[in-house]
Design a protein around this ligand. Sequence first.
Ligand code: NAD
Ligand code: FNR
Length: 190
Amino acid sequence: MGQCQQAESAERADSVAGPAVTRQDYRDAMARLGAAVNIVTTDGPGGRHGFTASAVCSVTDQPPTLLVCLNKGSSASAAVHANGVVCINTLASGHETLSNLFGGGKPVEERFAGGEWRVSQTGAPMLVGALTAFDCRIVRTVEVGTHDVLFCEVVGLASGDGAEGLIYFSRRYHALQGATHAPTERAAGA
Ligand SMILES: NC(=O)c1ccc[n+]([C@@H]2O[C@H](COP(=O)([O-])OP(=O)(O)OC[C@H]3O[C@@H](n4cnc5c(N)ncnc54)[C@H](O)[C@@H]3O)[C@@H](O)[C@H]2O)c1
Ligand SMILES: Cc1cc2c(cc1C)N(C[C@H](O)[C@H](O)[C@H](O)COP(=O)(O)O)c1[nH]c(=O)[nH]c(=O)c1N2
């Protein structure tokens, strides 16, 4: 290959790979991607635990499945894997303090003392007053970098009557106005 051809192919490789993206670049960009805020809880043989998660997304409605990205270094990780169940409690406006309690560094009992809970069908704590709650069994886990991606099949749902959602955007919480609707509760498929 001649020198010109080598330079051309190096240029093409650069344009495909792009400049290096640092962790900070990535986080700064992600801070501009608004997301709902959830408290993901678990209980069972591995004990009760929970963490705040914005990395939550719908995968498919047949079977109804969400994914949750859980940092492998989280103190909740061992309990989540041992129990194999989670309840994804989507927060309403006014839940900012609870989100911060579950957002890292606090003992488990202190986290749960910040809210009112009932036991869901899977045994995972369901937040009274959550905007909506997805009671789930973890059906698959895929490890990607620092995180485990948990695929969570929904076996029960509960929706509250809260009118305002909670969004995390630009490293701050924002209330999101929505329509009121009647509370519902049902098992998946019912
Ligand atoms: N997916 C996650 O694990 C995740 C998401 C949001 C916040 N957090 C944690 O909450 C704290 C405060 O976050 P912040 O938004 O105020 O500021 P930040 O600068 O730490 O994060 C900005 C954004 O980058 C993403 N992010 C941050 N840490 C990540 C990680 N380890 N893996 C994947 N994506 C990540 C999130 O979308 C976050 O909102 C930090 O400790 C952060 O690590 C983690
Ligand atoms: C708004 C917001 C959003 C998220 C988080 C924090 C906050 C404040 N955290 C961090 C996570 O809640 C925290 O790392 C765990 O509570 C684990 O911390 P401990 O190891 O238990 O102290 C977080 N962690 C994670 O693994 N996946 C996620 O999607 C999120 N999202």
